[in-house]
Design a protein around this ligand. Structure first.
Ligand SMILES: *Cc1c(COP(=O)(O)O)cnc(C)c1O
Length: 473
């Protein structure tokens, strides 16, 4: 491929992406194809001879687009998914074109430098201990894994056991305390680390999924030996926060390492009016958070933040004779993540923070929480719709047929979600909360404003009325 041809190809790909994003406002807010059709669109035999590059790019766009979910649409409220901010996308395009392998700072100086600075900015934005180290990972799942690996190593090191060298066979047992409504990926991280997802001390939670302080204090008091406590900022369904001011001192009493899963909740700290929810969070030892949620970086991007950077480094360091070694005081990106070769995620993080600034991020978080309350208020005004959670942050949990028996309410809630998605004005998904079907509305895309919130509430009410009418026939 020659220079001119490469230019044409990259422009062609950019044109497809630009057209896709500009067409979204007039497209239904859902994938047009399900998996079966999407698979049929791709399912060719292994090609023996290749096709021309421009044909491949056109084909990829044509085959993929119908099966794309509209996560970058203005009324997307599914799961907890940021909106791939254009500045992040632009930085990410360049990241791909530059082809840097972010593993080593001597080999890829700019990739490492952007991470060093973005890491410092993140600690300032989230107001976390400035001495912390930051690993740039794929998301909060791996961030939880990295932080808990550092925790495991450090609590065992304190009792004279080197887990990095000797593994867990014969090691003193570690007590792990966790809330009943912790995110599923934290249990996965514990599973990967040999700590098990079942041999945990589970702490009861309240209606917001927040740990009951009394239950926590009682259970923590029985703990002897190495211990890890896992707290949460931003429960996946309710947006609730554990009480750090009550739990942290009790955890400190038994000498536990305190980790916080704060995939999106940490960003309440970037907004002065919500920061109080996280009071005391900075007194913990490690924090997992996401770039691709509230910060709006493109997928994938998360941050593993550890106060004790030596524990972080011991858990993750990769060394080999052919890799240049970092000097004292130098930050090598591979010291803080499980991977050696990986994407240079610092560029997109740097670019988005540079573009939005501290104020822009605070305004966005504030706007999202306002829209969540707005949607909740509109829905509460409608007959037989119940908002189940206290809308403290950006999450709204909704139940339909609230005046009906529970089983019937489950059916009506499921039917309303299906109808909302089919109508295509807004996208929200479902979940089970306290054993019952609910609609989850997660306000976290940079595109969402008050108007989108109003249109969404109207679309949900219309879907619900439609379901109610047909169910009464
Ligand atoms: C999303 C989320 C995770 C997992 O993060 P990924 O980015 O999907 O890896 C963990 N915990 C909470 C609370 C989350 O919201």
């Amino acid at each position: 491929m020659e220079g001119e041809q490469i230019g044409r190809l990259l422009r062609q790909a950019a044109e497809h992406a630009i057209r896709y994003r500009s067409e979204l406002p007039s497209r239904p807010q859902r994938p047009l194809h399900g998996y079966t059709d999407a698979l049929a669109a791709f399912d060719d035999p292994l090609p023996e001879a290749g096709d021309a590059s421009n044909i491949v790019v056109d084909e990829l766009a044509a085959r993929a687009e119908p099966g794309l979910n509209v996560t970058t649409g203005a009324r997307f409220f599914g799961w907890v998914i940021g909106g791939s901010h254009p500045v992040g996308v632009a930085a990410d395009w360049m990241t791909s074109a530059w082809g840097q392998n972010a593993g080593n700072h001597h080999a890829m100086p700019s990739a490492a430098a952007a991470e060093t600075v973005a890491a410092r900015w993140l600690l300032e934005l989230l107001d976390l201990p400035r001495e912390s180290s930051v690993g740039f990972v794929t998301g909060a799942t791996v961030a939880n894994f990295v932080c808990l690996a550092a925790a495991r190593g450090e609590v065992l090191r304190r009792v004279g056991w080197d887990v990095e060298a000797n593994g867990l066979f014969g090691a003193p047992p570690i007590s792990v305390l966790i809330g009943d409504d912790a995110h599923t990926t934290v249990f996965s991280a514990l599973q990967f680390l040999g700590l098990g997802h079942d041999r945990l001390i589970r702490v009861a939670t309240d209606s917001q999924g927040q740990m009951l302080s009394d239950d926590f204090v009682r259970r923590a008091a029985d703990v002897r030996g190495p211990a890890i406590v896992i707290l949460q900022a931003g429960q996946i369904n309710t947006g609730g926060f554990d009480s750090f001011t009550k739990l942290v001192p009790a955890a400190r009493e038994v000498g536990a390492w305190i980790h916080v899963d704060s995939a999106f909740g940490a960003w309440a700290r970037a907004c002065p009016i919500f920061k109080h929810f996280t009071e005391g969070l900075d007194a913990c030892d490690s924090w997992a958070t996401d770039g691709h949620k509230w910060l709006q970086t493109p997928y994938d991007c998360g941050y593993a933040i550890v106060r004790d950077s030596e524990a972080h480094r011991r858990a993750m360091t990769i060394a080999a004779s052919y890799l240049p070694t970092a000097m004292e005081g130098e930050r090598d990106p591979s010291h803080f993540v499980p991977e050696l070769s990986r994407r240079a995620r610092g560029f997109a993080t740097w670019a988005i923070i540079r573009h939005l600034g501290r104020e822009g991020i605070a305004t966005m978080v504030e706007r999202h929480c306002r829209v969540a309350r707005l949607i909740a208020d509109e829905l509460r005004g409608e007959n037989a719709i119940a908002v189940l959670n206290d809308v403290v942050l950006n999450q709204v949990l909704v139940r339909f047929g609230a005046d009906e028996p529970a089983e019937r309410g489950d059916e009506l809630t499921r039917a309303t979600i299906i109808r909302l998605q089919r109508d295509g004005v807004a996208f929200a998904g479902g979940a089970k909360w306290r054993g019952r079907e609910v609609m989850r509305i997660s306000v976290i895309s940079w595109l969402i404003d008050d108007a989108a919130g109003k249109a969404t509430a109207a679309a949900i009410i219309s879907a619900w009325r439609g379901v109610r009418e047909t169910s009464q026939d």
